[in-house]
Design a protein around this ligand. Structure first.
Ligand SMILES: C[S@@+](CC[C@H](N)C(=O)[O-])C[C@H]1O[C@@H](n2cnc3c(N)ncnc32)[C@H](O)[C@@H]1O
Length: 218
């Protein structure tokens, strides 16, 4: 586990409550935009998860407030939400979701899954962390299982990585490590695994290219 991720998790441990409050506030400031973002994400999930068996087991890494896991559960899947910060774990449990404390770089997956979902988490991983996670996810997936994740696109940034405390939605009162990936960075890492890229697109931000979104198939 990188020092960068370890120190970032310390920030989440201390400040996850502030993160939760800020994201609710941010959505209230522009409900139409928040709704549009949510609908796009739900469409991505619905479309790709439609290839899975009914009631299949799904694992989410870094669930945060649990809203994605809750949506996946509403589609009839058996979801395990997870995070490392206690306040996030409480938030997901509060929604009635099965939740475990889970560090994706350190802990073994408890079971096999048909899908692993990991949204806005790769921002805190170095390239080495990323390869490690990909290999672990591959091993925990059932044959034909899928891995959906996104990462911030290096193209829209002037630097490779930074320690930063953003304003607004992502403000936490302490700096976290953010790593930015080019598409070829991620493609090269994926090539070191046995995953096939089933789907890729860019999305979000002012020019619809803030996030690199991948659907990988085992
Ligand atoms: C920007 S938040 C995103 C939360 C949620 N996925 C969402 O989209 O709202 C980043 C999340 O990644 C989690 N995270 C970062 N490193 C992790 C690791 N090594 N293992 C598990 N979760 C991690 C943090 O605890 C936090 O919940």
């Amino acid at each position: 586990m990188s020092k960068e991720n370890e120190q970032t998790l310390e920030v989440y441990k201390e400040k996850a409550n502030l993160y939760l409050a800020n994201s609710i506030e941010h959505d209230r400031l522009d409900p139409a935009k928040a709704k549009q973002k949510r609908e796009k994400l739900e469409k991505l999930i619905t479309t790709n998860f439609s290839t899975l068996p009914k009631h299949a087991k799904v694992f989410e890494i870094g669930s945060g407030d649990g809203s994605n896991a809750k949506f996946i559960e509403s589609l009839g899947f058996e979801v395990t939400a997870s995070d490392t910060a206690d306040a996030f774990i409480e938030a997901t449990k509060h929604q009635g979701l099965k939740t475990i404390k889970f560090n994706a770089l350190e802990d073994a997956f408890p079971e096999k899954y048909y899908a692993v979902f990991c949204w806005r988490v790769f921002v805190h991983f170095t390239k080495e962390d990323t390869l490690k996670i990909m290999k672990k996810v591959y091993d925990t997936l059932e044959d034909n299982g899928i891995f959906i994740f996104n990462a911030i696109n290096r193209e829209i940034k002037s630097i490779d990585n930074e320690w930063v405390d953003f304003e607004g939605e992502y403000h936490m009162g302490a700096e976290r490590y953010y790593n930015y990936f080019s598409q070829s960075d991620l493609d090269n890492i994926i090539q070191k695994t046995k995953f096939k890229i089933e789907n890729f697109h860019k999305d979000g931000g002012d020019n619809n290219n803030k996030w690199l979104v991948y659907v990988l198939r085992k």
